[in-house]
Write a protein that binds this ligand. Structure first.
Ligand SMILES: [Zn+2]
Length: 87
């Protein structure tokens, strides 16, 4: 079973279906291609994935599929809850 090791030391297994640590996302542009009844299998293929470390909360974003290196995002250490401004 494939896994990734987070920088905090947590090993996160990827083979579980559904995976409680995996999230799916799609850009607004790509979402705009869909309307009406959606074929979820077709949409699933279009979606990208990120893994959220259950230990430290870091996000490992696979922008270009599972075979590319993920980009890591780390939560703010002081857990700021300030809402980003809107234009
Ligand atoms: Zn972690």
């Amino acid at each position: 079973m494939s896994s990734i090791r987070c920088d905090c030391g947590e090993r996160i297994f990827l083979g579980q279906i559904p995976n409680p640590h995996q999230w799916k996302f799609i850009s607004d542009d790509d979402l705009d291609k869909y309307s009406g009844m959606i074929n979820i299998d077709e949409m699933y293929i279009e979606m990208s994935s990120f893994i959220k470390c259950p230990s430290c909360g870091s996000l490992w974003v696979f922008w270009n599929g599972w075979n590319s290196k993920p980009q890591k995002f780390v939560p703010s250490e002081n857990n700021e809850t300030e809402t980003p401004g809107h234009i």
